[in-house]
Design a protein around this ligand. Structure first.
Ligand code: ZN
Length: 121
C-alpha cells in the first residue's frame, strides 16, 4: 500500500482554471455505510465508505455501488485542512471535489466517523 507523504509546498504547482463547483446535497446512512452525493448537475452517486486511520488524519475509501460499480476514490481528510486530498480528476484540477466536500461536511456534523490521530493508546 502506498503511504501518504506530507507534501505541503508553499507554492501551488498550478492555478485552478475554473472555480470549484460544490455538490448540491449529500447524505450518509450509518447502517449501510452508504454515502449518496448529488453533484452540481444534480447527478446522484452512491458510494460504500470504509474508514481507516492514517498518519495525519483519516482516509476514506469511497467505492461506487451505483452505475459505476467498483470505481474507488480515496479521500483523505487531514487534521489540518492543507492535508485534505482526493485522488479524483476534479480535485486534481480544482483542489476541491464533491467527495472531499461531502466527507468534510459529514465529519463536521458528526455523521461520518473521524478516527483521531494515533487512535486509542
Ligand atoms: Zn474527489
Amino acid at each position: 500500500m502506498s503511504s501518504l507523504s506530507p507534501s505541503r509546498a508553499p507554492e501551488k504547482p498550478f492555478t485552478p482554471r475554473r472555480p470549484p463547483r460544490p455538490p448540491q446535497a449529500w447524505s450518509y446512512c450509518q447502517s449501510t455505510r452508504e454515502l449518496t452525493i448529488y453533484d452540481y448537475a444534480g447527478q446522484m452517486s452512491v458510494y460504500h465508505v470504509d474508514v481507516a486511520r492514517s498518519d495525519c488524519g483519516c482516509t476514506y475509501e469511497l467505492v461506487n455501488v451505483d452505475a459505476r460499480f467498483g470505481e474507488c476514490r480515496t479521500v483523505h481528510v487531514g487534521d489540518d485542512r492543507a492535508d485534505d486530498s482526493c485522488d479524483c480528476a476534479g480535485f486534481c484540477y480544482r483542489e476541491q471535489c464533491k467527495h472531499l466536500t461531502s466527507c468534510v461536511e459529514l465529519i463536521r456534523r458528526g455523521i461520518l466517523p473521524f478516527v483521531e490521530k494515533g487512535g486509542v493508546r
